[in-house]
Design a binder for this molecule. Structure first.
Ligand code: URP
Ligand code: ZN
Ligand code: ZN
Ligand code: ZN
Length: 483
């Protein structure tokens, strides 16, 4: 055998082990793991480095909506550049059904746009208007074509579904063999708070946190888990922000339900105080659910250690802070209600999590790989091709210097946003090279591949998300038959 590339003398890290060995790559796939492998056409010395599976980021908003006016600061070109700059090699982004529109057209539009991606990708299907033709005609064909995850919002005007609609989506997902991901916040409660705050003249960025305290998320997390239990459908709760919603997830898991949970680096590192930064800087920290307390951060790390939270994704949702005219992109001193929710985070996900987690001793290397690559790949039907280092897996790799000290600044991140919420943060550990299917895509901070080359990942049915066949009562309401 002759290898296209050999990565030599690194410490190969998976979710189960750290092994000193070489990685031999042929045709973009890991062909051998072993000592003293034969020479490759390209040789990469990884002495003193970790060789990690490339990150799998299963919650990224890229180029939403697909057509101008673009609210997103990234294209698939810039988003995928920032992905590889941060050691991430697979993304799941979203194709969103416009209210009143079809999902299939939107999926087709994203297939076109995503041709500019450097990294492999697949889509969660966002249903905003799940009427019968969508659920009975479009959705079955899309799931069959490999789109095995659906997302619903229970808040946000124009995107949210009602509880009745959520139940219909859950039922369709069970019939078709898909998992449902949920943005869980109590919409009417938020609206009620919001009206009261605006009436009281409270509009600064920090009041974003006041309209959505934890009770809003905790209630909704409980509610969606109950709905999923009633219909026996596997779900993942998106962006669990603190202790109380993590407790709801843990309770569901303890009952044996197929309920998984995600959190994001921002909930592990930022707090409500960030929304109260001087001037209008707090606007950079407006995202939903809102950042909480240091106690919540500790609860989330604990939930990661115990496996209650198995996936840490970015919720990359990039906007610009300043427009081309140097003015605030969403208006000088705009009320918090006019500031787009979300922050850019594709590039910083792994370094921030490595530094705060592994370097500070909160989690071990195996947990780091599990929550950033292996578990998300398994949950969304991408494993073992993605998310691990094994013979036969795609050679998607991040070569990591665990000692490198970096001060985060936006220019390192190759993203479309003009800011990072982590500007000035000191981290220990950084990806020094990223390979996508055996091709070096980022080398020493430089992006060395052009846009394109990423492939769509169609997902076949997989057992992890099969329903349990257990209902809380004697009747299966999805198929309308006694259990
Ligand atoms: O604030 C956020 N998270 N914006 C992105 C959309 C979402 O809710 O995931
Ligand atoms: Zn498709
Ligand atoms: Zn969300
Ligand atoms: Zn999101």
């Amino acid at each position: 055998t002759s290898f296209d590339c050999v990565i030599r003398n690194g410490a190969v890290v998976t979710a189960s082990d750290t092994v000193a060995c070489d990685v031999g790559i042929i045709d973009g796939v890991i062909a051998a793991l072993g000592r003293n492998l034969a020479p490759g056409r390209r040789e990469i010395d990884a002495t003193g480095r970790l060789v990690l599976p490339g990150g799998v980021d299963t919650h990224t908003h890229i180029q939403e909506p697909p057509k101008p006016p673009l609210r997103s600061a990234d294209t698939f070109d810039t988003a995928s550049a920032s992905a590889v700059a941060g050691g991430t090699t697979t993304v799941i982004c979203f194709a969103r059904q416009p209210r009143g529109g079809t999902l299939a057209d939107n999926v087709a539009a994203y297939h076109e746009l995503a041709r500019a991606s450097r990294v492999d990708y697949t889509f969660h299907l966002i249903l905003t208007d799940p009427h019968p033709e969508i659920l009975e005609q479009e959705l079955p064909a899309l799931v069959e074509a490999g789109h095995r995850s659906i997302k619903i919002f229970l808040t946000y005007e124009g995107a949210r579904v009602t509880d009745a609609e959520a139940l219909r989506v859950l039922a369709a997902a069970r019939r078709l063999g898909a998992i449902v991901c949920v943005h869980a916040e109590h919409h009417e409660m938020i609206e009620f708070y919001c009206e009261a705050l605006l009436a009281a003249g409270l509009t600064a960025p920090k009041y974003h946190g006041w309209v959505k305290p934890m009770v809003v998320e905790r209630e909704c997390t409980h509610r969606i888990i109950a709905m999923a239990e009633a219909l026996d459908v596997p779900i993942q709760v998106f962006h669990v922000s603190g202790a109380e919603s993590a407790e709801e997830v843990a309770r569901g898991q303890a009952r044996g339900l197929k309920v998984w949970a995600e959190t994001c680096p921002q909930y592990l590192t930022l707090t409500a105080a960030d929304m109260d930064r001087p001037g209008f800087e707090g606007a950079k920290y407006i995202f939903s659910p809102a950042a909480r307390s240091t106690g919540d951060q500790e609860a989330l790390w604990a939930a990661i250690r115990t496996g209650v939270i198995g996936n840490v994704s970015s919720d990359h949702s990039p906007s610009r802070y300043e427009g081309p005219d140097g003015k605030k992109a969403f208006g000088e001193d705009a009320p918090f209600t006019k500031v787009p929710n979300g922050l850019p985070g594709l590039a910083t996900r792994l370094p921030v999590l490595f530094s705060e987690g592994v370097s500070k001793g909160r989690i071990d290397l195996q947990t780091f790989v599990a929550i950033t690559a292996t578990n998300p790949a398994k949950l969304f039907g991408l494993h073992p091709r993605k998310g691990t280092i094994a013979v036969g897996a795609d050679a998607d790799l991040a070569i990591w210097d665990p000692e490198k000290q970096v001060t985060i600044t936006n220019s390192l991140l190759h993203q479309g946003s003009d800011y990072t919420p982590y500007e000035g943060m000191q981290v220990t550990g950084w990806p020094i090279m990223t390979l996508v299917r055996g091709t070096v895509a980022c080398d020493g901070g430089e992006i060395v591949t052009g846009p394109g080359g990423g492939r769509f990942l169609a997902r076949a049915p997989y057992p992890l998300i099969a329903p349990r066949g257990v209902f809380p009562g004697p009747f299966n309401p999805v198929d309308g038959v006694p259990v």
